[in-house]
Design a protein around this ligand. Structure first.
Ligand code: FAD
Ligand code: 2HG
Ligand code: ZN
Length: 474
């Protein structure tokens, strides 16, 4: 270890206390591999601050010594953004102990929580205050709000409530040099110059460490109707979505596309998941209407709309959940697709978005390309169709050679992302850039935007200590 590293560790122990810095291989190991196991980092140590003052002091010390800092929340993200590099010279900062809910204000429909709060805990706290925190992700039992905001997470309620950034009223951030930016307001209107806080949303820890956030809440859901619908094809899904939005006074809160293969994978690999319908169909949507008014007649509205769509040939069959248990079963099928796909083996993932109305045309071009160019594989394309966001994933067929399958990743990525660009789409709709997609950002970003990103990075972090090599090349 270099003298600088020894000195820094000693200083960090002063700041964080003896139990606030992990340095042995065994203690650090759980923090050093990303969720998808694409990267294995080595760190100078793992810091576990309990207070904002500690975050400030540790960043100030790292900045003075030009030591790279990698923030980590729940470590569930998909692009390796929360994993240090292999140099053993970066400090991982886990926010897990900075986890107080500071306040809930039902009258203002807002709450203030520290970055390390697990998302599910915040949803629960809002619910107990008779309010709704709508951000909903399959990883909500382990991801943290600081990670959600730093990745600008999406999930299954974006259609109605927006992305994570849309839920933010204010932020508290510690900058690279240790200064605290206190922008933790609960205001809904505040046009006082540049919206600096918004730059940290989706910055993936490259501009500073978010330590707390003031978040919008909504009226609690008191009536809900959830249906698993076999559709004629993907084009029919888009038409059905438009019809449901109109028929329900825009109360569609989720609209998720599910292919037959995902039903097969989840029923095979996940306990208690069953096919909700008697016969197999190529494509399904899981759609949900919700209202803050009790007994709002949503189930009847859903059934009427689906019957009309059945008569018009858009829909082939449907199961409407009759109670909370059936609703939970439908959501379990949807939420466990990533896990089922993981259990099936390796996968090539593409988190793409195109305009909603172009989804069917995109799939009509991309699917035959995969069939022709990726032998021994099958497409598992699913996701947030209401937002135009597809998880265009590819799984190997049973018995396929994994190494040969994975070796195709760069060529497949290039072809799919080039096609996405043709459609005016995004190569990263909700999972961010991290370390995995730095090359993609350089290839596909608007050059002016990329220049501005680099300028922002220099302005906020002149010594490049914040999450080096993530989003932008170090
Ligand atoms: P981490 O993985 O720990 O970190 C993510 C990034 O944020 C890193 O770059 C890290 O350095 C930075 N960071 C973390 N905390 C802070 C902080 N306090 N300040 C500054 N930077 C910080 N994502 C979606 O968008 N939609 C989905 O539907 C979705 N579903 C998922 C389902 C499953 C089963 C899984 C495993 C993941 C899913 N994800 C989804 C991806 C992931 O859960 C989200 O990206 C989530 O927001 C990451 O939060 P985290 O706390 O785990 O962050
Ligand atoms: C989801 O929508 C997540 O389930 C994960 O964003 C997507 O595993 C994936 O590709
Ligand atoms: Zn998703």
């Amino acid at each position: 270890m270099t003298p600088t590293a020894t000195e820094l560790r000693a200083r960090l122990r002063e700041i964080l206390g003896a139990d606030g810095l992990l340095t042995t291989d065994a203690d650090c190991a759980p923090y050093l591999t990303d969720h998808r196991q694409l990267y294995q980092g080595v760190a100078l140590g793992v810091a576990l601050p309990r207070t904002v003052a500690q975050v400030s002091q540790l960043l100030s010390s790292c900045n003075a010594q030009r030591v790279g800092v990698v923030p980590q929340g729940g470590n569930t993200s998909y692009c390796g953004g929360a994993t240090p590099d292999e140099s053993a010279s970066q400090l991982l900062v886990s926010l897990q102990r900075l986890n107080r809910i500071r306040s809930i204000d039902p009258a203002n429909y807002s709450l203030v929580a520290e970055a390390g709060c697990i998302l599910a805990r915040l949803q629960q706290a809002a619910d107990e205050a008779d309010r709704l925190l709508p951000l909903t992700l399959g990883s909500q039992g382990s991801c943290q709000i600081g990670g959600n905001l730093s990745t600008n997470a999406g999930g299954t309620s974006v259609l109605r409530y927006g992305m994570a950034r849309d839920l933010v009223l204010g932020l508290e951030v510690v900058l690279a040099d240790g200064r605290m930016l206190d922008s933790l307001t609960a205001l809904r209107k505040d046009n006082t110059g540049y919206d600096i806080k918004s730059l940290f949303l989706g910055a993936e820890g490259t501009l500073g460490i978010i330590t707390a956030a003031s978040l919008k809440l909504f009226p609690k859901v008191r009536d809900v109707a959830t249906a698993f619908v076999a559709i004629a094809d993907v084009r029919a899904a888009v038409t059905l979505l438009a019809r449901l939005r109109e028929a329900s006074s825009d109360r569609v809160s989720s609209f998720e596309l599910i292919p037959r293969v995902a039903v097969e994978l989840t029923t095979r690999h996940i306990a208690q998941v069953t096919d909700p319908l008697d016969r197999a169909h190529d494509w399904y949507v899981l759609c949900e209407l919700s209202s803050s008014r009790a007994a709002d007649g949503l189930e009847e509205l859903m059934s009427t709309a689906l019957s009309a769509a059945l008569a018009d040939g858009l829909v082939r069959d449907a199961a409407v959940a009759r109670n909370e248990r059936e609703r939970a079963a439908l959501w379990k099928l949807r939420e466990s697709i990533p896990e089922a796909q993981r259990k099936e083996g390796a996968s090539l993932k593409h988190d793409v978005a195109v305009p909603v109305a172009a989804l069917a045309d995109f799939l009509a071009r991309a699917t035959p390309w995969v069939d022709a160019h990726v032998p021994e594989a099958r497409l598992v394309a699913y996701g947030h169709v209401g937002d135009g966001n597809l998880h265009f994933n590819i799984s190997p067929l049973a018995g396929a050679d994994t190494a040969r399958f994975l070796a195709q990743a760069p060529a497949v990525r290039r072809a799919i992302h080039d096609l996405v660009r043709e459609f005016g789409g995004s190569f990263s709709a909700e999972h961010g850039i991290g370390r995995l997609k730095v090359d993609e950002l350089e290839r596909y970003a608007n050059p002016v935007e990329l220049d501005l990103m680099r300028a922002v990075k220099r302005a906020f972090d002149p010594h490049g200590i914040m999450n080096p090599g993530k989003v932008l090349r170090a």
